[in-house]
Design a protein around this ligand. Sequence first.
Ligand code: RIB
Ligand code: CA
Length: 311
Amino acid sequence: MAQPIIIDTDPGQDDAVALLLALASADELNILGITTVAGNVPLDLTTRNALMMVELADRPSVAVYQGCDRPMVRPLVTAEFVHGKTGIDGAELPNPAIEPAATHAVEFIVDAARATPGITLCTLGPLTNIGTALSRAPEIADGIEEIVLMGGGFFEGGNTTPAAEFNIYDDPQAADIVFRSGIRLVMMPLDVTHQALTSDARVEAFHHLGNRAGAATAGMLEFYERYDRERYGTVGAPLHDPTVIAYLLEPGLFGGRECYVEIETTSELTMGMTVVDWWKLTPNEPNCLVINQLDDDGFYALLTERIGRLP
Ligand code: RIB
Ligand code: CA
């Protein structure tokens, strides 16, 4: 039985690859809908980009629902300097012919959680849509099986400030609502995503697939990795968001520890920090499985095989 999921996303090249991985995995994942949020680029572009991935995967039955265009409290911070002005520079694809659904993403999330107990939320961007949905209808927490989220960092610190990773930094108040919700959480922080680096050989493997999805993936990653290569001198860039989908498909690729995690929402110095009680120094019960181990070769083998299934 395919797992019912909603993917909440701010494409972004790494989000786009995560969407292709999920769209290529219909036997395991029943995508009830894709919800978009402002993050890497403004909402109109994250929505356009999600629609383009649905078309590229030839999965027009998967609806895209447009969500919040700014964080719950703080101003929107975007990341065109990483992702380019479109958010998926390098994809070289036509504008989408399909439109988003008329229903707002938050309304869709609330309705879907009520109608489909046991749903999994896969979040790839700022948690604004999820935090807003939980504020509006706290009781939906009972129907959500788990939230698998890309966000945060601990031993690896931050990538937006020294203390905070982008998805959490962009909307710390929404993240705080999610981490206090009592819903089972699986967190993919920088500690694990920094083990999922692209490389020339890994990008070449997508080129060699010989399909449109492989070519678009290679083009997006070639653009995306230039920032990290220049900024950090690394061989490639961390492929953050596909770790969320890969965890659902092959959890054995990952390892981690149940920890108590709290979000900094007061100090500007550490705003958006995921404070992970890794050594159980507080009496707080764990609220999150914090992932920090990855079989990166297995991860890329899964990605390449699945994207090879697409047109
Ligand atoms: O910090 C990495 C995260 O921020 C990824 O989800 C990337 O797409 C951006 O949203
Ligand atoms: Ca993202």
